[in-house]
Design a protein around this ligand. Structure first.
Ligand code: ZN
Length: 130
């Protein structure tokens, strides 16, 4: 039936592994990343994506800006000038720090958890813009 015809073709087995949504590489446990303004909990994937984990699930907007500025070598002016989808891609996932896995059981999650607690940001490089 057409209603469910657009489900993403994701392998459930791989989705529970902590993989970068951009390149599908396994990412490391979030760690404390020091920045000029402070620090955030996250890391950097091999593909260049910056991820930030908001354990409190309260400051994801702030966490996102931390990740975006970090991706821009902490240049806030550059970070603020970027346009979503054009200059960078973002993708949020629901990460479980206890099991170091990414949940794909969306229906089991609360509305808040569905929004994700970890954001991946990857700048769009010129070679990506075909
Ligand atoms: Zn990646």
């Amino acid at each position: 039936m057409g209603k469910y015809g657009n489900r993403p073709r994701e392998d459930k087995a791989t989705l529970t592994e902590p993989r970068c949504p951009f390149c599908r590489e396994l990412f490391d446990r979030p760690y404390t990343v020091s920045t000029a303004l402070g620090f955030f909990t996250g890391g950097r994937c091999l593909c260049g994506a910056i991820y930030v984990f908001d354990a409190s699930n309260k400051n994801l907007g702030e966490a996102f800006m931390d990740a975006l500025s970090y991706a821009c070598a902490e240049d806030w002016d550059v970070a603020m000038s970027l346009e979503p989808d054009k200059d960078y891609k973002e993708c949020s996932v629901t990460y479980n720090s206890h099991t170091h896995s990414v949940s794909n059981k969306r229906s089991d999650l609360s509305a808040r958890e569905k929004a994700g607690n970890m954001i991946f940001v990857r700048l769009v490089k010129e070679q990506d813009q075909v």
